[in-house]
Design a protein around this ligand. Sequence first.
Ligand code: NAP
Length: 245
Amino acid sequence: MNKKTVLITGSSRGIGRATAILFAKNNYNVVINYNKSEKEANELYNTLTEKGLSVRVFKADISKRYEVNSMVNFCIGEFGKIDVLVNNAGISTDKLFTDLSDEDWDEMMNVNLNGVFYSTQKALQYMIPEHSGKIINISSIWGLVGGSYEVHYSTSKAAIIGMTKALAKELGPSNIQVNCVAPGVIQTDMLNNVSQEILDMLRDETPLMRLGTPDDIANCILFLADDKSNFITGQVISPNGGFVI
Ligand code: NAP
């Protein structure tokens, strides 16, 4: 069978990294994207290629349109197509809304929202003529319910949900499914600045009594990329251990 190709933004670390590993093991061609973590991205690339898996690695800052265009063109040059785009790369910072500077706001929107805009627009240039494709956007529970000290982050993640729903309507006739994964609290570097006390509190408030792992999210993304989910579009799936119901 013809291998499918996936491009995963921000796959040097965390959820993106786990997703790259899972897709590669499930017989996808995988383009790993990184921005700052060159060492981690190359280590991942080497580990997967040593296992005979089909991966490539590409540096691009997704907040810059020309770098995103180069990344998608690289994917097409290497594999001839892009079947699945996972818009995963993201940043988070904690700050009171009243303390946010224009720079704080712009940086958050440039990466978390404009990066999704640029990547999706460029990928669609190849998906629409094929009348086929899957776009999976990574939002957050904070985009669903709002998080204090994270108004800028929550805003960017809520916008992704709106974009997912509107795009799903626009792209349905082109047979392109657009869905959103809104993870709960997942153990990655993104939690490095969260105190153990807060993490314990979050775990205690989670019905399943644990925090999530990158694999919990990767499995959900793999399902949304698969033909088994072909009738699902415009939906938000939130793997969060029951933290938000
Ligand atoms: P992470 O461990 O901090 O990893 C973030 C990834 O995004 C890294 O690979 C990083 O690459 C990449 N990235 C950041 N800025 C980038 C840019 N400008 N261009 C390209 N790549 C960039 O975070 P994570 O927890 O895996 O988060 C992944 C996604 O899940 C994010 O969208 C996040 O908002 C969302 N999420 C996370 C949680 C959680 O609790 N962890 C919960 C809900 C949603 P480099 O290091 O190479 O720059």
